[in-house]
Design a protein around this ligand. Structure first.
Ligand SMILES: *Cc1c(COP(=O)(O)O)cnc(C)c1O
Length: 400
């Protein structure tokens, strides 16, 4: 045992000597996963309610998924976008069907999908009036990624401060406050972007009324509605994409995280109308985006979602999680409220949740936060009611 402890310590020490220190990591080294459990180097088992920040939707060591990747690796991993490849075509067809959007551009990450959405909106507006001073409205407490464009529309001054100047002409409004959006709109507004359910900002779903009003405003003034579904999409809320709960459709949508279930992929999707009046050949590109390995991963993920009825399953198991968390919220004074949809939930505490996460980790439960006082629950979508009970028992121990 002592020898093994040294293994973890040794790797952490090495990591801190070679990796740029941009993360304050928990002091464990994860080695393998199976189902909804992860194992560290010492063999300790963890029930995973983070799924790699909402990425590993299908659970670890999914045989069908792994086989599909292995087959593709043996065929070809990468070809570049000078040529067509079948896995990307199949993936785009499946994604179009699952989303109800019309055109797909594959990226390698969420932030890149957001960059593409920003470029699309600017080009669309430019083609209309030839102006180059268009504005984008984003939400306070939003999170859209760490690249310069995505960071510029991220509503958290702390993330932006040291990296000024941001890209220009960004305005911020308040989530679920339509009046605050109206205050920022003018004849140069080309897009409004929001997360259908804010993730990093503390698990805030857009209200039905707010999203409907924004959609109407966008239609009336030919402003593009961009919904960032990178965290809340891919079945997480009990719909394939969270906006499908609201009876509206965005002009542009971003997705990533669970889209490839661990293979680094993302995408932005457009309606035909926007696609026909925005980016054209030469306007945008990527070396890796939509390569055969990425395509094979996305296609298999979407196939497994359909085959295993994941959406229906999340709706029912998500309700079970909600009930369990509501019970805790009622029982413990330190919990102010629960927010969320499906398997994307947050418990809002009256204090920082860091110590709770640390205690949970010691007891073999992986949880994360969303802001200082929100405990975030993003389990694999294949989590069962028994796993939820197991989590609630451990969490109660940590609260006691
Ligand atoms: C994670 C996230 C991003 C950024 O995705 P990366 O793959 O980390 O670049 C953007 N938007 C939302 C809503 C996210 O949760």
């Amino acid at each position: 045992m002592r020898g093994k402890m040294k293994k973890t310590d040794k790797y952490i020490e090495e990591a801190e000597s070679v990796l740029l220190h941009t993360y304050n990591r928990y002091q464990i080294v994860l080695e393998k996963g199976e189902g909804v459990y992860l194992y560290d180097l010492e063999g300790k088992k963890y029930l995973d309610f983070c799924s790699g920040i909402g990425v590993f939707a299908l659970g670890y060591k999914n045989e069908e998924y792994n086989e599909a990747l292995k087959e593709q690796i043996d065929r070809v991993i990468h070809t570049s976008n000078y040529y067509y490849n079948v896995p990307a075509i199949e993936a785009a067809k499946a994604l179009k069907k699952a989303s109800g959007m019309d055109r797909v551009f594959f990226t390698n990450s969420g932030a890149e999908a957001v960059e593409g959405a920003i470029k699309t909106a600017r080009k669309y507006a430019f083609l209309k009036d030839n102006r180059t001073d268009h504005e984008i409205i984003a939400m306070e407490h939003s999170f859209h990624g760490r690249t310069m464009g995505a960071l510029s529309i991220t509503g958290n001054a702390k993330y932006r401060e040291a990296f000024q100047p941001m890209i220009g002409n960004i305005r911020f409004a308040k989530m679920n406050d339509f009046g605050s959006v109206l205050e920022q709109v003018n004849d140069r507004t080309c897009a409004i972007i929001l997360e259908t359910v804010q993730g990093e900002g503390g698990i805030y779903p857009a209200s039905q009324e707010f999203l409907r009003q924004i959609k109407e405003l966008c239609e009336a003034r030919d402003i593009l509605l961009i919904l960032d579904e990178i965290q809340c999409g891919m079945g997480r809320t009990g719909a394939m994409f969270a906006w499908q709960h609201y009876g509206i459709r965005p002009d542009i949508m971003t997705t990533a995280k669970a889209l490839g279930c661990g293979v680094p992929v993302g995408a932005f999707l457009l309606t035909e109308r926007v696609a026909a009046a925005s980016l054209t050949a030469g306007d945008h590109g990527t070396t890796y985006g939509g390569n055969p390995l990425a395509g094979a991963a996305i296609k298999k993920v979407l196939d497994l979602f359909e085959k295993n009825h994941i959406i229906k399953y999340v709706a029912s198991v998500g309700a079970y999680l909600e009930e369990g968390l509501d019970r805790l919220a009622e029982k413990y004074d330190c919990i102010e409220t629960r927010r969320g949809m499906g398997l994307m939930q947050g418990l809002v505490f009256d204090r920082p949740v860091g110590p709770i996460i640390q205690k949970a980790l010691e007891r073999g439960l992986i949880l994360i936060n969303a802001g200082e006082r929100v405990l975030r629950f993003l389990p694999p979508l294949v989590i069962t009611e028994e796993h939820i009970d197991e989590m609630l028992v451990i969490l109660e121990e940590c609260l006691a």
